[in-house]
Design a protein around this ligand. Structure first.
Ligand code: FPP
Length: 230
């Protein structure tokens, strides 16, 4: 008998943790781990979208990551530039909308220009959406939204007003996957995570295989979601 069809999460967030430890395990420098981590994105996004996921938010660089050594920050920024070019082209070819959430003003002009090229090129598509969180912090995003609301003169704020003023308009997260063994959200999409199911795995991000990805989706489909009701 065929297996029953799993109900996929609409919006999945991924905290791609463990690149540094993975590199160390292989006797290499941290950059090697980040590169291996970036290479995994194509495979994971293909599996997610083929499974029915409509929105995929990837935590690629947090606001706090700027406090890492300059050499690592420079490497990551360069990796993001080449990665966004590569995935931006792939998104266009596969009719995927590319969005980037974060404070983009602090990024180099070159990176901003690459982002803007592929965001514009793919804005004709509606779904699926690959959302890269870059120089992203949930607290910063909420402050950005509140400031926007204050400027607009609204005197009494609703959750809908906040949804509309976030960096990118996305549905709430259904599932957050965090690799690398830590069990925390680390300033990732705190507003959108309100009823998200949280899947933590010890697997380091560059080792997150197709099987691991399908395990996470299968685990999600077994969850009973009540949204505060009984
Ligand atoms: C966390 O692992 C990972 C990051 C801070 C960077 C993640 C970035 C990528 C995978 C590249 C993304 C590229 C594109 C194009 C979206 P860590 O360095 O904190 O690992 P550790 O906990 O083992 O030190």
């Amino acid at each position: 008998m065929d297996k029953p069809k799993l109900s996929p999460p609409i919006h999945v967030g991924v905290i791609m943790d463990g690149n540094g430890r993975w590199a160390e395990k292989h006797g290499r420098n941290r950059s090697y781990g980040h590169k291996a981590g970036a290479n995994l994105i194509e495979k994971v996004s293909k599996i997610m979208f083929a499974s029915g996921v409509e929105y995929l938010s990837l935590y690629a660089f947090s606001t706090e990551n700027f406090a890492r050594p300059k050499e690592e920050v420079d490497y990551l920024m360069n990796l993001l530039k080449t990665g966004i070019k590569k995935y931006g082209k792939a998104c266009f070819d596969n009719k995927i909308k590319l969005t980037v959430s974060g404070d983009l003003n602090a990024l180099s002009e070159e990176l901003q220009s690459v982002i803007s090229t592929y965001v514009k090129k793919t804005e004709i598509f509606e779904k699926p959406v690959m959302n890269i969180c870059l120089n992203y912090g949930a607290r910063q995003e909420l402050c950005h939204a509140f400031n926007h609301i204050i400027e607009s003169g609204i005197s009494s704020v609703t959750p809908q007003d906040i949804d509309n003023a976030l960096y990118t308009k996305l549905p709430p997260l259904d599932l957050i996957i965090r690799t690398g063994g830590e069990k925390r959200l680390s300033n990732f999409m705190l507003w959108q995570a309100v009823y998200a199911e949280l899947y933590f795995t010890d697997v380091l991000w560059p080792d997150f295989t197709e099987e691991e990805c399908l395990n996470a989706l299968e685990w999600f489909s077994s969850r009973k979601r009540r949204f505060g009701k009984i």
